[in-house]
Design a protein around this ligand. Structure first.
Ligand SMILES: N[C@@H](CCC(=O)N[C@@H](CS)C(=O)NCC(=O)O)C(=O)O
Length: 204
């Protein structure tokens, strides 16, 4: 059975939501990413990781999400056929994983972005984050446009990842509610029973 390693509030919850949408059987394991035992699963000590019964666990949220989508083509959670359609999906997936996600890192772990141990300097590193987050959320808003989704006006695993990132803006001066299309997408997803289940169970 598929086994998802997760931590509350993290990008790993997007994989959990995708698993719910997939209808596949799975189990979840809550981890503390500082736990040395978990380093045997993911040497980087990050979530998510997905065990599929193969030699080694899978890592990288974007790749795991696409894997889940590919397991259940009948659920239509991934790219549409055709080179350009696949490109558009990959382009948006990489924007999420390689642009939006890292823009939050100085906000959550500012100490990694300076060699100083001075708390004012660390706080300055943290304050560098919102400008990039804002630029990325403006672009995300444009991608969503007047639909409720990130990709070709249909629900895909990308929506789940964007949803989790949007929840991370809650302690910023500008939250997801300041981006009208993102706000609409988030509100749409908050009505989804799979999303509600994951948000509830991941906090238990
Ligand atoms: N590139 C990885 C990044 C995963 C990642 O940043 N996970 C965060 C939670 S959202 C984490 O495990 N952070 C722990 C840490 O940075 O030590 C992916 O997309 O899966």
């Amino acid at each position: 059975m598929l086994k998802l390693y997760y931590a509350p509030g993290t990008c790993s919850l997007a994989c959990w939501i995708a698993l719910e949408w997939s209808g596949l059987e799975y189990e979840t394991v809550r981890v503390n990413y500082n736990d040395p035992e978990y380093r045997k699963i993911n040497p980087l000590g990050m979530v998510p990781a997905l065990e599929i019964g193969a030699d080694r666990p899978m890592t990288q949220a974007g790749a795991i999400l696409q894997y889940i989508a590919n397991l259940v083509p009948e659920k239509d959670l991934g790219a549409n056929e055709g080179l350009e359609n696949i490109f558009e999906f990959d382009e948006t997936a990489l924007f999420l994983s390689a642009d939006i996600h890292p823009s939050f890192w100085p906000f959550f772990n500012p100490q990694r972005y300076t060699i100083s141990e001075n708390s004012d300097t660390i706080e300055m590193a943290r304050k560098s984050a919102p400008a990039r987050i804002d630029a990325n959320f403006k672009h995300l808003d444009d991608i969503i446009g007047d639909s409720n989704h990130l990709y070709q006006n249909k629900r895909t695993v990308l929506d789940a990842l964007a949803f989790i990132f949007a929840t991370w803006t809650k302690n910023l001066e500008k939250t997801y509610k300041d981006y009208p299309n993102v706000k609409r997408m988030v509100e749409h997803l908050k009505e989804d029973p799979a999303v509600q289940k994951v948000l509830t169970e991941s906090n238990e």
